[in-house]
Design a protein around this ligand. Sequence first.
Ligand code: GSH
Length: 258
Amino acid sequence: MRGAGAVDRYALDASDVQAGERQALPVTFVRFPPVWGRNVSPFALKLEAWLKLADIPFEVEFSSNLAKAPKGKLPYIVDGRRRIGDSTLIIEHLKRTRGIDPDAGLSRRDVAESLALQRLFEEHLYFILVYSRWIDDEGWAPMSEAFFGLVPAPVRAVARTMARERVRKILHLQGIGRHDRDEVYHLARADLAAVAELLADRPFFLGDRITTLDAIAYGCLANILLVPLETELKRIALEWPSLTSWCEAMEQGLKDDG
Ligand SMILES: N[C@@H](CCC(=O)N[C@@H](CS)C(=O)NCC(=O)O)C(=O)O
C-alpha cells in the first residue's frame, strides 16, 4: 500500500477520466521496424501480444528514434495526450484506464509466480538473447546484416561497430557480458529447462488460458525460436520441442483472439 498523502504518480489524471470515451480509440504503438518481417524486440513483441490478448485497438508506428522515447528505449505508446514508456508500465496503464485485465481472477500465488518468471525472462534470458545476437559471432554476422541492411553503405560499417560496442558495454555492466560463451549458454540451458518444466503439464503458464505472463514469455521465446537466426541459444531451446509447440500455440491463440 502506498503511504497516505504521497503523490501517486500512477493515479488517474483528468485525461484518464475521459477514458470511457477513449476506450475504443486506438493507441499508437511505437516500435522498431521489422527485421526478417518480424517484431524482433522481445519487449515490443510482448506488448503486441498483450494488446491482441486484451483486444485493444492499436496503430503501429515504426521508429528507431530513441530520443523521442520517454525512457530512451522502445517500445512506447501514445495514448491521448500521454506518451508512456516501458512495456510493463504501459500494460498497467492500459489495464487501469481501459478496464481490461487478462489476469483478472488469478490467485495471489499465480501473481507472485508471474512476477518471478517475468524477472527470469526480462532480467536474465533477455540479456542472453541479446548476447546471442550482438556478441556471439555466429549470431552477429547474419543479425547485423539484416539489422543494418537499410543503413546507407558509407556509414554502415561504423554504425555496426558503434552499436555493437554499446551493447557490449551494456552487457558488461549488466553482468552477462562478463561470462565466457560456454558459461552464458550453460546459464541459458538452466532457464529454458525450468521454463519447459513449468509448461510440461499445462497449455499456458498459469493453466488453460493466456495471461500477461504468456505474452512476456512469448516476446522472449518466439524471438529465440521463430526467427530465422541460427544460434547456440536456439539449438538449446530446440532441445525441448514443447517450447516450439508452445510458441506456435501462442501465435495461433493470438490470431484467433485478434
Ligand atoms: N523495460 C523496458 C525495456 C525496453 C528495452 O530494453 N528496449 C530495447 C529494445 S529490445 C531498446 O530500446 N534498446 C535500445 C537501447 O537500449 O539503446 C520495457 O519493458 O519496455
